[in-house]
Design a protein around this ligand. Sequence first.
Ligand SMILES: Nc1ncnc2c1ncn2[C@@H]1O[C@H](COP(=O)(O)OP(=O)(O)O)[C@@H](O)[C@H]1O
Ligand SMILES: [Mg+2]
Length: 255
Amino acid sequence: MAENILMELTGVGKTFKQADGAPRVILDSVNFALRDGEIVTLLGKSGCGKSTLLRIMAGLAAADQGSAVYRGTRISGPASGVAMVFQSFALFPWLTVQQNVELGLEAQGVPPAERAHRAGAMLERIGLAGCGGTLPRELSGGMRQRVGIARALVTNPDVLLMDEAFSALDVLTAETLRNDILELWDSGRIPTRGMLVVSHNIAEAVMMADRIVILSSDPGRISHDIAVRLPRPRNPDSQEVRALADQVYRLMTLR
Ligand SMILES: Nc1ncnc2c1ncn2[C@@H]1O[C@H](COP(=O)(O)OP(=O)(O)O)[C@@H](O)[C@H]1O
Ligand SMILES: [Mg+2]
């Protein structure tokens, strides 16, 4: 395996049983590599298998065919260098914000004092200073997702997987949060080496990605892989960004 590859999927397939019991191929022969230093956005229509693919990479689901490898080791469960942010935030409502963020560290066996310190520092960095003692329900959607992101980042993940992390938020909140993450990434203030961002939002993809990968539907296959060589931060109204968005739109609507 090449030195600079963080995660590699080779010939990955996944079939689910439909309600009537008939099998349906969701992912078919997916080959994909996430390389060191890149943000990849995975785009595709609703139901095409994006979350399934991400769950396989996170070790939350197993592929039926092919292999999924993280830094040379076959993925057989959640790996400690890999963190995920969920669309639904997936916070524990009975735990405080601080306790939610500490969870990932607890799983890694980090002692309580260090846990508290790191969680507090991460909450501050992600714009939630002073919110540690509150319950998730007391926060707005945008702030809740900040907690979800803090919980992932506090573990210092090598690979960050984001599953439509911004799509439950209003447009402006989503944009702010996205920009905050890009700033942490571009300024090197997080040790994360690779990000895979699942989205169904073309505008989001063209603002973030070093590479845009399009997953087709029925079955999910990688249909396009587009390198993006535009510096960040990007201006959504610039000609380059608009041209890229048009190109991606055309490819996604191609029959
Ligand atoms: N555990 C499951 N059992 C049966 N079908 C599933 C399961 N998980 C997902 N599916 C089906 O697989 C397809 C792809 O789902 P998903 O990966 O969530 O798509 P996406 O994230 O692109 O919207 C959908 O049709 C969904 O209903
Ligand atoms: Mg999904």
